[in-house]
Design a protein around this ligand. Structure first.
Ligand code: ADP
Ligand code: MG
Length: 213
């Protein structure tokens, strides 16, 4: 596969929704240790609303699809994660434009714009123990794989692996952003819930690309 079209991107969104719903209890358990025990519910509710919105049919263009996902997340999730993931998809949509597919470099630019949107919104930096710590390594790994001549499938697989490693590395970190930061040193020794959902986001992207190849 040299490019992802709107059908593959819609499949990504759908797989992400199914996976966060399936892993809702685990995400909530992670958030109960260092937050307020609602991350699983927030993600499942938001992606459930997205799935209802897209049930009428997949929008024709990439920007329309991703902006719909983003706006639905922003409006249906009260927690911090709704506006953050919402901004991610909105910025991806804006960066993509009214096209029907994204090739590797265009997908990379779109993911980078989404990550930049999360930073603009939440001001997280590397090591703050947030979703950024899974997402930034994933986007970097995607770009690095493409630059090294990898296929789109291999690049999304590399991004997925990097997101999982980034998630695992949040275990030792002390939170400096979000609710978990209220716990200070006591936040260490627990995975960050948002980094766990971000690892699922990239796992779902890799599965959608491979599954539709
Ligand atoms: P809330 O914290 O409002 O209950 P959630 O539980 O749904 O919302 O999401 C919590 C996750 O959001 C955290 O685990 C973290 O990854 C992410 N997060 C919180 N604040 C920020 C921020 N400023 N920047 C990036 N990510 C953040
Ligand atoms: Mg929470």
């Amino acid at each position: 596969m040299a490019a992802v079209d709107t059908a593959v991107l819609a499949d990504w969104v759908s797989r992400f929704g199914a996976a966060v719903t399936e892993k809702r209890d685990w995400l909530t358990e992670l958030d109960s240790a260092i937050g307020d025990a609602d991350h699983g519910a927030n993600m499942a509710r938001g992606m459930g609303a997205v799935s209802e919105k897209l049930a009428a049919g997949t929008p024709a263009t990439v920007d329309e699809l991703l902006k719909t996902v983003g706006m639905t997340l922003v409006s249906s999730v009260g927690g911090a994660s709704g506006p953050l993931y919402g901004t991610f998809f909105l910025r991806m949509g804006m960066a993509s434009g009214a096209v029907t597919e994204l090739d590797g470099p265009a997908l990379g630019a779109s993911l980078r714009a989404g990550l930049d949107g999360i930073v603009a919104r939440g001001k997280a930096e590397a090591g703050d123990k947030t979703m950024y710590d899974a997402m930034a390594p994933a986007v970097d790994a995607f770009d690095a794989a493409l630059a090294a001549g990898s296929s789109l499938s291999d690049a999304v697989a590399a991004a997925s692996d990097a997101a999982a490693s980034g998630r695992d590395a949040t275990l030792a970190l002390v939170a400096r952003k979000g609710r978990a930061s209220y716990l200070g040193e006591r936040s260490a020794g627990h995975l960050d819930p948002g980094s766990a959902s971000t690892a699922i986001l990239f796992e779902s992207l890799a599965a959608a690309v491979v599954g539709n190849a």
